[in-house]
Ligand binder design. Structure first.
Ligand SMILES: Nc1ncnc2c1ncn2[C@@H]1O[C@H](COP(=O)(O)OP(=O)(O)OP(=O)(O)O)[C@@H](O)[C@H]1O
Ligand SMILES: C[C@H](N)[C@H](N)CCCCCC(=O)O
Ligand SMILES: [Mg+2]
Length: 224
């Protein structure tokens, strides 16, 4: 099983949009793809169960079917930093539980598991635990999503540096225009990102109204 971890330059960087696009891309290349949003803060109650839109969108794009709890083991209602939401609920987010929940998918006859992080790369999860420790333990290949906004150059470079410092493998980055209006001087910013990020650009996703109903795999670049 290939395990991919989708991180981003920040919360609202376009991770869910890029992760859904990546799932579509893998499904198009005939893979059996499962998804995870292991830690979700910002959930609604649906039939007595807390559910998160990111997890539901990812599940909608995948071509396998697993119980919601398997896809999203940690759910918190408040749209706040997950470790704070966890403390409010007298819960501690545990590395072992997260690792075990990813490993469970290893026995499910799938080709790829696409995991969306939460917030940015160095997301605190619990006292003494940040997300990179989990990503290392599951040996995932990391994809960095860059939300095209002023400040993204610094955020992208810092994220890439930290991902590599943690000893994780970065397989590429994805540019996402998250707002209807492009950022000021977007083309030059994209050129700078291409020059500065020494990892391959996998896709450039423009602003797509009603994106969850669209084929976003068309924005992936062809690589040899
Ligand atoms: N290319 C796009 N076209 C249209 N809307 C977009 C696009 N990219 C992002 N958005 C919108 O911008 C917002 C933030 O994007 P998204 O939810 O993918 O960010 P995220 O990085 O997954 O955030 P979180 O940390 O909450 O998981 C969402 O409302 C999303 O629908
Ligand atoms: C609620 C939001 N959409 C995300 N799910 C959580 C973002 C946490 C960010 C934490 C931080 O780095 O400050
Ligand atoms: Mg998201």
């Amino acid at each position: 099983m290939n395990t991919y971890f989708i991180t981003g330059t920040d919360t609202d960087a376009g991770k869910t949009v890029a992760a859904c696009a990546f799932v579509q891309h893998l499904v198009k290349s005939r893979q059996k793809v499962a998804v995870m949003k292991p830690v979700a803060s910002g959930c609604q109650r649906q039939n007595g169960q807390l559910v998160n839109d990111d997890a539901l969108n990812l599940m909608h794009q995948s071509n396998t079917s697993f119980d919601y709890d398997k896809v999203n083991p940690y759910t918190f209602e408040a749209a706040i930093a997950p470790h704070i939401a966890a403390a409010d609920n007298d819960t501690v987010i545990e590395k072992d539980k997260l690792v075990a929940s990813v490993e469970w998918f290893g026995d499910q006859q799938i080709d790829s598991l696409v995991i969306e992080g939460a917030g940015g790369w160095q997301l605190p999860l619990a006292p003494g635990l940040c997300m990179p420790e989990v990503v290392k333990a599951i040996n995932a290949q990391v994809i960095l999503v860059v939300g095209l906004k002023l400040g993204c150059l610094n955020h992208a470079l810092l994220s890439l540096q930290s991902i590599r410092q943690e000893g994780c493998e970065v397989i590429g980055w994805i540019a996402v225009q998250t707002e209807p209006e492009p950022m000021p001087r977007q083309d030059e910013n994209l050129a700078s990102l291409r020059e500065l990020l020494n990892t391959q650009e996998l896709a450039h996703i423009p602003y797509v109204p009603d994106w969850s109903a669209k084929d976003l795999s068309i924005y992936f670049h062809k690589h040899d």
